[in-house]
Design a protein around this ligand. Structure first.
Ligand code: DQA
Length: 140
């Protein structure tokens, strides 16, 4: 069974409460329960952290043995060379995902330090971006 981590960065613990017009009204914990039912043949885990170091520690923890990481690093996407280096350091493939289409938003969201180190990028499909991330890892 493939082991896949869904890894969320800052402010994503507030999904369902935060800027619902952009991020929707479902909280991630209930969405994660749906995903576990939908993918019974995948060993899915979920971790969220608001701090950069905790995200990096989690990438290191799973990044040499697990089968994939679906990463929404939130605003750290646009700022963090340290998370980009962590993705480059590990062997587990990382899929970068975003709920919103960041290219339709402010200019500072158009650049990702992470994309070049990731296997692929999925964005703009709401919470379905995570579903597509899992599916992409199941295909490989
Ligand atoms: C986000 C987009 C980022 O620009 C933002 O800082 C987030 C969420 C998304 O999923 O659309 O926190 O990663």
């Amino acid at each position: 069974m493939k082991k896949i981590l869904l890894l969320n960065g800052p402010n994503l613990n507030l999904l369902g409460v935060r800027e619902k017009n952009i991020y929707g009204d479902q909280n991630f914990v209930s969405f994660f329960e749906e995903l576990k039912d939908e993918f019974p043949d995948v060993d899915l885990s979920y971790f969220q952290a608001n701090s950069e170091g905790a995200i990096i520690d989690e990438i290191h923890r799973v990044g040499f043995e697990w089968d994939g990481i679906v990463l929404n690093a939130g605003a750290y996407t646009h700022t963090s060379i340290a998370i980009a280096d962590a993705i480059a350091a590990v062997t587990t493939p990382v899929i970068e995902v975003h709920i919103s289409n960041v290219h339709q938003r402010e200019e500072f969201r158009h650049h990702s330090y992470l994309s070049a180190q990731c296997k692929g990028v999925i964005l703009g499909f709401g919470l379905n971006s995570y579903r597509l991330g899992i599916l992409s890892l199941m295909l490989s």
